[in-house]
Design a protein around this ligand. Sequence first.
Ligand SMILES: *Cc1c(COP(=O)(O)O)cnc(C)c1O
Length: 345
Amino acid sequence: MAQARLTIDLDALCDNWQSLNALSQTETGAVVKANAYGLGVDRVAPALAKAGARTFFVAIAEEGAKLRRILGPDVDICVFSGHMPGDLPLIRDARLVPMINSIDQMLMHVEGLPGHPFGIQLDSGMNRLGMEPAEWSALRDIALAQKPRLVMSHLACADEPDHAMNRRQLQAFVAMTEGIDAPRSLAATGGVLLGEDYHFDMTRPGIGVYGGLPFSDAKPVVSLDIPVIQSRDVLAGESVGYGNTWVAERPTRVATIAGGYADGILRAMGPRASVWAGEHKCKVLGRISMDLIGVDVSAVDRMPETVELLGQHQGIDALADWGATIGYEILTALGARYDRSYLGG
Ligand SMILES: *Cc1c(COP(=O)(O)O)cnc(C)c1O
């Protein structure tokens, strides 16, 4: 079998959620957008609900409708994109809580679904989603009279604790929401770690739950083991892979493993990446292909059946460094071709 095996440790994931929960005195939600950061919302969300999560966040209404079918009636499901044209039946039937981002969305919501729950998303400086201060001033009294479930905003630089933007956004959010009755939320994973000032009534961690930075105390959640298809000896001067980008300087034993960029193993990681054969670190040789990667197994005396790309020795943030990206992208890129299995939950 040449199918790589992706193992998702739901116990570690729930432990991470609990650890983030323990860092604040307020309710801890769970962000499960993008199929739970690629890990499988049908398994991740029930595990988190069992661990105690009661409020879930998704990016779009379609994800919310799917999540409602998975989790049943007893949780709140909030949608960051708010109420978009065409969303009405999904929001109504799945009892979603759209985070209203503009006066237009507000009008569409109250006209289409009078009395249906909603939240408010405010822009405190990131300029991505949410109402700006002027728009919010115009709508504020009308919106608050209808008792929004949550009033939220999002931090642009929370992974850099000393960034001046954090305080600026905190002040902007407080200025826009001081004294309101509705529950408030500002913090994702990074915001949870910034401390109590940022916690308000609800936190919304995602990446930390899935084992990624900036939550450096997170337990690793994913491991990825890739079968070795064949190995060979190459002589000094021979090359490996497309474009002959790697040329042997000395006799080298090369193993070819069954994964590639079609599986979300970023081609850009190239020769900075390594895998592990037992306790031996094996460098990637040459270019990562669509389905195959060559690795240096010269130091390995007994070839294991699989090598580890993610696991004990290296996690999503190591791969992110090699690919000049972030752990979030490593997770959400994980391919559909893996044999996925879940531990615990
Ligand atoms: C994705 C997202 C989160 C979760 O962010 P993490 O950094 O993964 O914890 C929270 N709030 C909003 C608005 C988001 O888009």
